[in-house]
Design a protein around this ligand. Structure first.
Ligand code: ZN
Length: 359
């Protein structure tokens, strides 16, 4: 048996935990020697995690990391553990996300801080309640004519449960612009599509920041990270239509790399249709992180000014910056059809505390 740990049984817990379930003020929890779930007295067990070990609570089925946790139902990748983090339409998550061979970073789906789980629960919830159009109007600041189709990480999320299918234009543009890229091709978190009308790409953030272009030793089969590398690979290879919407000279040394790629991809995927890119972040999480972040690779500040600076005047409104908190207040809160999404957002934890200030 690997590591001789066969005697640690996989946890059978199917529970989900919101911030109200935790008590991190207890001394033994603060010291990292007890399970953070309120009143839990189960002794922690050590399980292998990467090259080291981490404590798990076998009763509550969580593995403890530095100030956060991961759902744990035994060692190794586990749909059972991931599913506990997918609160809304888990049947569809299993079919379209867990089974996807394209989805990047699948091993992180059971993390408390998973941006993917957050995006799933909110957007699958909006789709399931028939309110995706309202949400799209808020996110884009535009009048939207119909209910959009929903794609998460390029996979069509179909309420009718049809066969899995990818967003075709993403595959096509990826082949053109990222032919040699082997890992982590550009993959907008969320795509909202109204065929014949508009393609909306959403770059969703929770605890992490927007990536900033920086010098690095990116290999030939990796995405470039420098301003020059990004411009050459994505803008200079794109269609005339895309090049006309961007002022190359106005791209400064401070370039939000991921947002820039999203803009190029949105324009290229749209073809003759309209397009929009939305950066959706957590106001609360960014406020917590920004003051302590000294990273040159990530930004925790509103990028609107920087992004719009290189969009030609006719195209400036095609980039919008929104927060999960405002999405809740403007779209979710008052709509009775969205009670499940509201409950999820209200109870969502980040580092064991309430993730969003929604009062
Ligand atoms: Zn416990």
């Amino acid at each position: 048996m690997p590591g001789g740990r066969a005697n640690i049984p996989a946890s059978e817990s199917e529970e989900y935990f919101g911030w109200q379930d935790f008590d991190v003020k207890r001394d033994d929890v603060a010291r990292g020697t007890a399970c953070p779930v309120r009143a839990c007295i189960a002794p922690l067990l050590q399980v292998p995690a990467g090259k080291s070990e981490r404590p798990v609570c076998p009763v509550h089925g969580i593995r403890l990391h530095a100030n956060t946790f991961v759902y744990w139902n035994g060692d190794g990748p586990s749909d059972k553990a991931h599913l506990r983090n997918f609160r809304i339409r888990p049947d569809l998550a299993r079919k379209y996300v867990f089974a996807s061979t394209e989805k990047a970073e699948k091993h992180r789906l059971g993390h408390e801080m998973s941006e993917d789980a957050l995006s799933w629960n909110v957007f699958a919830g909006l789709l399931d309640a028939g309110t995706l159009r309202d949400a799209t109007e808020f996110l884009t600041g535009r009048k939207i004519a119909a209910q959009p189709e929903l794609y998460l990480w390029g996979e069509r999320i179909d309420l009718a449960g049809g066969e899995p299918s990818r967003f075709e234009m993403l595959e096509k543009v990826g082949r053109e612009l990222e032919r040699e890229i082997r890992h982590f091709r550009t993959e907008p978190d969320v795509i909202l599509h109204i065929p014949g009308q508009i393609v909306v790409c959403i770059e969703a953030k929770f605890g992490s920041g927007n990536t900033l272009a920086h010098e690095s030793n990116a290999k030939a089969d990796e995405k470039p990270t420098s301003v020059e590398g990004l411009v050459k690979r994505y803008l200079d290879r794109s269609s005339e239509r895309t090049r006309k919407s961007i002022d190359r000279e106005a791209i400064g040394s401070r370039l939000h790399g991921q947002l820039f790629r999203n803009i190029i991809f949105a324009s290229e995927m749209a073809g003759k249709e309209d397009w929009q890119v939305v950066n959706l972040v957590s106001d609360e999480q960014w406020k917590e992180t920004a003051p302590t972040s000294r990273s040159i690779e990530y930004s925790f500040e509103n990028p609107e000014k920087d992004v719009r600076a290189y969009l030609n005047p006719d195209h400036r409104d095609r980039f919008t910056y929104r927060t999960w908190e405002d999405l809740y207040r403007r779209v979710v809160k008052e709509d009775k059809r969205l009670k499940k999404v509201a409950d999820y957002m209200l109870s969502k934890s980040a580092h064991y505390k309430s993730a969003f200030k929604l009062a």
